[in-house]
Design a protein around this ligand. Structure first.
Ligand code: SF4
Ligand code: ZN
Length: 297
C-alpha cells in the first residue's frame, strides 16, 4: 500500500499504477502537442525518469500514426558512470523498436567530462559545465532526428527545484524559458520541451518503474557531490516533510505566473558557433574556451 502524504491517499499497487498513468496522460493533454502531428524525441539517459517517460509515451502514443517517437542519449564521457546507462537505454529502444541516437560531448565539444574535470584551467564545479553542454547536446541530438518536440524525464522534485532555484537567484530570464514550451513560448533554434512527469514525485517514478519491472540504471555520477542542486533538493524535501504539498504548490504557482513572464532578451546566433544565445557568445563557447577548447562552428 502506498501513502501519498501530499494528497492523503492510500493506494494499492493497481490503483497507484493507474493514478500515475492518469496524471501523465492529463499532463500530456495539457501540454498539447501530442494531440496533433509530432516527431517526439525522448531524452533517454537510461535512468528511471527517462525510462518511464519513454515507455509511457510509447504506450500512450505509439499506436498513433501521426506521432513519431525516437530517443536521444547524451554521453558526457564519464567512464565510471555513463556506459552502463547508455546500454540500458539501447536495450529499451531495441525492445520497443524505437530509433536511438547517441551524441557525445566529445563529438560536439571536443572534450569529455572526465577530461574537463581534470583540466587545471577549470574554475567552476563540474555540473556547471555539464549542464550547459547537456542542454546543447540534447537540442542538437533532437535536431538530428528531426524532432519537433523534446520530451524530458523531469519529475516533480526536479521541476520544483528548478523553479525554486531560479526564484532564489532572481533569475527571471531562466524562469521565463522553462518548459513545457507551449506554441506561444517556443524560442527560435530551440526544440520545444515537453515534460510528461513534471507532476509525479521522484519516489513515485521509482516505485512505478519497479512495479512495472522496467530495468533502469541507478548509478550515481562521481561528480554529483559538487552539485549545488543538492542543497535545493534537501531544502525542498524538508519543506515537503513539514508542509506536504509544497512541491505541487510551487508548480501550480509557476503555472499561474508563466504566462506573465517574458524573456527580456531575444535569442540570436552565437558569434562563435551559431547556436541560439541571448548574448554575443553562447555559454557553451565561453565555458569550453575557458578551459582551452573550442566548440565546433
Ligand atoms: Fe553532469 Fe553533474 Fe549530472 Fe554528473 S551530476 S552527469 S557532472 S550534471
Ligand atoms: Zn557558441
Amino acid at each position: 500500500m502506498y501513502f501519498a502524504r501530499y494528497s492523503g491517499e492510500h493506494l494499492c499497487d493497481e490503483h497507484f499504477r493507474a493514478s500515475v498513468e492518469k496524471r501523465v496522460r492529463r499532463e500530456l493533454r495539457k501540454q498539447g502537442p501530442f494531440l496533433r502531428e509530432a516527431r517526439v524525441a525522448v531524452a533517454l539517459s537510461g535512468g528511471k525518469d527517462s525510462v518511464v517517460t519513454l515507455r509511457l509515451l510509447h504506450e500512450a502514443l505509439g499506436a498513433n500514426p501521426r506521432i513519431h517517437l525516437s530517443a536521444v542519449t547524451i554521453d558526457e564521457g564519464i567512464a565510471s558512470y555513463r556506459p552502463p546507462s547508455v546500454e540500458a537505454a539501447a536495450r529499451h529502444c531495441k525492445e520497443l523498436g524505437i530509433e536511438h541516437h547517441v551524441l557525445s560531448y566529445e563529438e560536439t565539444a571536443g572534450v569529455t567530462m572526465d577530461k574537463m574535470v581534470a583540466n587545471p584551467l577549470r574554475t567552476l564545479a563540474p555540473c556547471a559545465y555539464c549542464g550547459v553542454l547537456r542542454r546543447r547536446n540534447l537540442n542538437e541530438a533532437a535536431k538530428r532526428v528531426r524532432a519537433t518536440h523534446l520530451a524530458t524525464g523531469h519529475n516533480l522534485d526536479d521541476y520544483a527545484q528548478s523553479i525554486l532555484m531560479n526564484h532564489l537567484r532572481g533569475d527571471t530570464e531562466r524562469l521565463a524559458r522553462m518548459g513545457p514550451h507551449r506554441p506561444e513560448r517556443v524560442q527560435p533554434g530551440l526544440i520545444p520541451r515537453v515534460l510528461p512527469l513534471r507532476l509525479i514525485p521522484e519516489k513515485e517514478v521509482a516505485l512505478y518503474a519497479i512495479l512495472r519491472g522496467w530495468e533502469f540504471h541507478d548509478g550515481e555520477c562521481p561528480y554529483s557531490v559538487e552539485a549545488t542542486r543538492g542543497r535545493f533538493r534537501d531544502l525542498l524535501l524538508d519543506l515537503e516533510e513539514k508542509e506536504p504539498g509544497t512541491r505541487h504548490a510551487l508548480v501550480a504557482g509557476y503555472d499561474r505566473l508563466a504566462p506573465l513572464l517574458h524573456s527580456g532578451s531575444a535569442l540570436r546566433a552565437c558569434d562563435a558557433c551559431g547556436e541560439p544565445t541571448s548574448g554575443a557568445r553562447c555559454r557553451a563557447c565561453v565555458l569550453v574556451e575557458g578551459v582551452g577548447g573550442r566548440m565546433p562552428a
